[in-house]
Design a protein around this ligand. Structure first.
Ligand code: MN3
Length: 207
């Protein structure tokens, strides 16, 4: 067997897997290091790798990630959209988690949530129910839709940025997000996300 030196040039990738903004065991026991070994290092990494293959020759290579997501949707480039959409959504999601997160929001988002949903408890119920109600794989979001805060759910790789909404917060409700820690108990995962993990500081920074 002969080992052949690779001619593949390094550092040519358009997309790179972002480093987690915390240690992979920092969210335990609510989200385990094993979950991150699969969810970040395998699932997200696979979307990044596939996106790097599919972007070649599209003419979109020099756009920003958000612009590529929108262009792939408009041009109905389904395979590229699925992978760049998932790259965008996951990159956003990691920032929505914090070892010091969870509980009642503070800052400007707290007021906006009270205005839009009546109370934090109503928001919480509506967010969890939207996550439970997303049939199959997808995402539940808190968005700014033309100045009004709304909860929206998207299927598979879909993302509210293609509908002109500004994401403030997201929770991944694909099974791979919670199966290791919660098995089939998606409602418990969503409640734990809001009680223990949600990064309100990041949500505030997106306003
Ligand atoms: Mn995921």
């Amino acid at each position: 067997m002969t080992l052949v030196a690779t001619t593949k040039e390094e550092n040519m990738d358009i997309f790179t897997l972002p480093t987690l903004p915390f240690a992979k065991d920092a969210l335990e026991p609510h989200m385990s290091a094993e979950t991150f070994d699969f969810h970040h290092a395998k699932h997200h990494n696979a979307y990044v790798g596939k996106a790097n293959e599919l972007i070649i020759g599209t003419g979109l290579e020099n756009l920003s990630l958000e612009e590529i997501v929108k262009a792939a949707k408009t041009k109905e480039m389904g395979a590229l959209f699925n992978n760049v959409g998932q790259h965008y959504n996951h990159s956003f999601f990691w920032n929505c988690l914090s070892p010091n997160g969870g509980g009642i929001p503070t800052g400007a988002i707290a007021d906006k949530i009270n205005t839009a949903f009546g109370s934090f408890d109503s928001f919480k119920t509506e967010f969890i129910n939207a996550g439970i109600g997303q049939f199959g794989s997808g995402w539940v979001w808190l968005v700014d839709n033309n100045g009004t805060l709304e909860i929206v759910k998207t299927a598979n790789a879909d993302t509210p940025i293609t509908d002109g909404m500004k994401p403030l917060l997201v929770c991944d409700v694909w099974e791979h997000a919670y199966y290791i820690d919660f098995q089939n108990r998606r409602p418990d995962f969503l409640a734990s996300f809001l009680d223990n993990l949600v990064n309100w500081e990041f949500a505030n920074s997106n306003l």
